[in-house]
Design a protein around this ligand. Sequence first.
Ligand code: FBP
Length: 258
Amino acid sequence: MGRMNRFMRNGRSIIIAYDQGIEHGPTDFDGRNVDPKFVIDIANKGGFDAFACQKGIAEKYHEMIEIPLLIKLNAKTNIYGKEPVAKQLCSVDYASRLGAAAVGYTIYIGSEFEADMVQEFGKIEEEAHDAGLAVVLWVYPRGEYVKDDTARDMVAYAARAALEFGADAAKVKYTGDKESFSWVVKSAGNVPVYMAGGKKTKNESEFLTHVSGALDAGAAGIAVGRNVWQSSDPLRTAKVLNELIIDRKSPEKVTKTA
Ligand code: FBP
């Protein structure tokens, strides 16, 4: 777990992600969370272990960010809907100068352009490790050849690829149940696996059940955006997640006491 230790409490962590403005567009936002300051304030006060964002947000707002910074090095919009590819727009050196403690990169395995991302990531991973930065890989099976991106064997393939690509942490989608996710976690070897938050669930208990299933399966935590900053009370949600993930209280207990 080496390089991720500094982001962990009790061996687990909660990463708050705020790169959806580029990945999905401002359609994910409302009048509150469209303002980066709103989300940075939640990140600072809510008990999060890293703030994941693109270099533009880091450049413009880094003075406000009080928790470890995880700068994503590649990005794409979702306007072009065919085979996905996200290329590097920020160097490891620049991320480091902006104060990053870790860098992030997305590989869409199964995409027609997988090889380009794998090659780019290989270089980034070596540069980041030479600079003493942790490398978090968003590893998503996607594209025409991926029939079901949350199927057990597909997500396990992603987790295994993260280990073999040299990532220090793998961020993957949840498979829907603890049993299948256990295989995903096993497939990653000693690379900590983080569950991606996903679209805001209809009710909080659904989300907590997923998070709890992932943790029972051995996940190291979550990287979450929408389920926190789209919440009507983000700091309350953050408190609940801390009790669930870091203190390992049950979903029933944390919702009762919140
Ligand atoms: P959410 O919790 O909002 O899903 O954020 C996690 C995340 O991985 C973000 O870092 C990223 O912008 C987004 O999900 C990617 O979403 P998609 O699966 O639609 O590409």
